[in-house]
Design a protein around this ligand. Structure first.
Ligand SMILES: NC(=O)c1ccc[n+]([C@@H]2O[C@H](COP(=O)([O-])OP(=O)(O)OC[C@H]3O[C@@H](n4cnc5c(N)ncnc54)[C@H](O)[C@@H]3O)[C@@H](O)[C@H]2O)c1
Ligand SMILES: [Zn+2]
Ligand SMILES: [Zn+2]
Length: 382
């Protein structure tokens, strides 16, 4: 089969690989019909994630058709159209029993923190991902769901991460009626977080980024006010000014460890590797929220140290909430919103890339070229 393969930082290509086989009676093999490239894939692509091995296939956002199932699989059969959450999880361990599917204890030898994630390095379990023609799906009775007939492929693939993660970010913010919500990051995750904030009762939503074409999307898709951080010497001060001087009630970090906006942080993290990633966005969030407010962190940070302003968070009495999204926990409620027409997730898709051209896709998404917000990968297309 054809599969995206990592060759080293900033180098990916499509290679021939063996079609995966059932390794455990609970596995399914899925023929991928749509995959996506995510901001999270960029951390791998840029060499920021420890133990990203040459030969690994990325892709934690994918849907497809069941090709084969192991002997113990009950809920799926060949031909079923399925969406697969980005988390690999067992469904029965201490953490899964509490709905913490992203923290499953049975799927990753490094499971003291994160559980398993498809196509996300050996730090996250070493599972090959779905930017390929076929993918092995462990615990096939637990993770995947059959896609309802009324949900089209483009919308379904965004249900495997970007939409539920944005929605989860707003949930973690514990938004009260009328709250002022600031979202850092106007990528797909930030856009969905901003849009979800309204659903949860926000009275005002302000999105911060520096890419004008994405801020435009935040205005049209998420109906948010926008702030470009490069237009203000001190963006925190500007945001305070916009929020009665006290700060926002809730701030969502949808940027993560590769934030722009502070040269020193960029040099000490991306270049010198003295920090696991730049803490600029999370520190701006801590500074922007009012005393006693809530910071929700859904932007991804790696396992290594970053210089987060914990003292300020402590002394302001903040609530900090964060996690990788437990995707399947969000589906029942989200599917109701999709069916009711509140979300049309595919509105954020800007590019459709044949699997064979995925290297160009990574370059375009990484360099934020051609107005790219969300690229979808289509195996078999040319
Ligand atoms: N928690 C989870 O489960 C989960 C799931 C998916 C993605 N993520 C993470 O969420 C983050 C966003 O994902 P995405 O797909 O939207 O990525 P993306 O790269 O498309 O978007 C990130 C956006 O942040 C902007 N940005 C950079 N520095 C900024 C700053 N200092 N302030 C404000 N904006 C800034 C960028 O210009 C970009 O538009 C990534 O870190 C990704 O790894 C987490
Ligand atoms: Zn993703
Ligand atoms: Zn588990």
């Amino acid at each position: 089969m054809r599969a995206m393969v990592y060759r080293g930082p900033y180098r990916v290509r499509v290679e021939e690989k063996d079609v995966p086989v059932v390794e455990h009676p609970g596995d399914a093999i899925v023929r991928v019909t749509r995959a996506a490239i995510c901001g999270s894939d960029l951390h791998l692509y840029h060499g920021m994630m420890p133990d990203t091995r040459v030969g690994h296939t990325f892709g934690h956002e994918f849907i497809g058709e069941v090709h084969e199932v192991g002997s113990s699989v009950q809920n799926l059969q060949p031909g079923d159209r399925v969406m697969v959450p980005f988390n690999v999880f067992c469904g029965t361990c201490f953490f899964c029993a509490r709905g913490l599917y992203s923290n499953c204890h049975n799927v990753n030898p490094n499971a003291t923190a994160v559980g398993g994630i498809y196509g996300y390095s050996h730090t996250c379990g070493g599972y090959d991902g779905g930017q390929a023609e076929y993918v092995r799906v462990p615990f096939a009775d637990v993770g995947p769901s059959i896609i309802p007939d009324w949900l089209d492929d483009d919308d379904a693939v965004l249900c495997t991460d970007a939409l539920p993660t944005g929605y989860f970010g707003a949930q973690l913010g514990e938004i009260d009626e009328g709250d002022v919500v600031v979202v850092f990051g106007s990528g797909p995750v930030g856009l969905f977080a901003a849009r979800s904030a309204w659903l949860m009762g926000a009275g005002r939503v302000i999105v911060v980024d520096h890419l004008d074409y994405r801020l435009e999307k935040a205005r049209t898709f998420a109906h948010a006010e926008t702030v470009s951080f490069t237009e203000h010497g001190d963006v925190v001060r500007h945001l305070k000014h916009l929020t009665d001087g006290l700060g926002a009630d809730v701030v969502i970090d949808a940027v993560g460890a590769e934030a722009d906006g502070a040269v020193l942080q960029h040099v000490t993290s991306a270049k010198l590797k003295l920090q696991g990633g730049s803490p600029v966005a999370v520190n701006w969030a801590i500074d922007t929220v009012r005393k006693g407010g809530t910071v929700s962190v859904i932007g991804a940070y790696g396992p290594l140290f970053s210089a987060v302003k914990l003292g300020d968070a402590m002394n302001k009495g903040l609530t900090l909430r964060m996690n990788q999204c437990p995707v399947k926990r969000q589906w029942p409620r989200l599917l109701e919103h999709l069916r009711a027409g509140y979300f049309k997730p595919s509105d954020v898709i800007t590019h459709r890339i044949p699997l064979e051209h995925i290297a160009e896709g990574y370059h375009m998404f990484s360099a934020k070229l051609d107005g790219c917000v969300k690229p979808i990968v289509v195996p078999g297309a040319v």
